[in-house]
Design a protein around this ligand. Structure first.
Ligand code: AR6
Length: 188
């Protein structure tokens, strides 16, 4: 059974097989999680991203998809880059599906690589403006469904929330989903 865990912290410090990056479709870096991952992981990550742009992903990585590179100097083995949607209420359903796809696709890519442990940030909940509580509902619901099915070989999916407010929101939403006790932990 896959454990879904919530921790408050910095995703670049996680000792997991794969960390997920909330990237943009250029794959060439940015602020937030993306900036932190490239800064701490070093130039190897960017070099691989450039190679991906020069080959399969010439037009950039579409929203909702995921692709892996080395994790460079990070403690993880791989970075799985995914592109969340920018929050836009008028097209909510469509974009919520794209956000769910980020989680599903990232887990698929990580599992294909042989990862057993994966850490996620709150994709789209920063620069891309997705309201945190709703982002948490989509993130947790999608991951819970995935680990009951196609991603069941994973041993842990960890949400790494930046700051007490983000952690508290995820914790509350997770509890509201009836996910108490087994399969769930608080801070590591
Ligand atoms: N560890 C964990 N979570 C973090 C960290 C960290 N080191 N740093 C920030 N967060 P964002 P997005 C939280 O903006 O909304 C970039 O420029 C942050 O507080 O990183 O998907 C990309 O290049 C928030 O809760 O990602 C794109 O252009 C969450 O991570 C764009 O931002 C996501 O915030 C993507 O925007």
């Amino acid at each position: 059974m896959t454990r879904i865990t919530l921790v408050e912290g910095d995703i670049t410090e996680q000792q997991v097989d794969a960390v997920v990056n909330a990237a943009n479709s250029s794959l060439l870096g940015g602020g937030g999680v993306d900036g932190a991952i490239h800064r701490k992981g070093g130039s190897q990550i960017l070099e691989e991203c450039r190679r991906l742009r020069a080959s399969h992903w010439g037009r950039g990585l579409p929203t909702g998809q995921a692709v892996a590179t080395t994790a460079g100097r990070l403690p993880a083995r791989w970075v799985v880059h995914t592109v969340g949607p920018v929050y836009w209420e008028d097209e909510y359903d469509d974009r919520a599906e794209q956000l769910a796809s980020c989680y599903r696709e990232s887990l698929r890519v990580a599992a294909e690589l042989g990862a057993r442990t994966v850490a996620f940030p709150a994709v789209s909940a920063g620069v891309y403006g997705w309201p945190l509580e709703d982002a948490a509902r989509i993130a947790l619901g999608t991951v819970a469904a995935a680990v009951a099915g196609p991603a069941r070989e994973l041993t842990e999916v960890r949400f790494v929330l930046f700051g007490t407010a983000a952690y508290g929101t995820f914790e509350q939403v997770w509890r509201g989903m009836g996910a108490g006790g087994e399969g769930r932990q608080g801070q590591d």
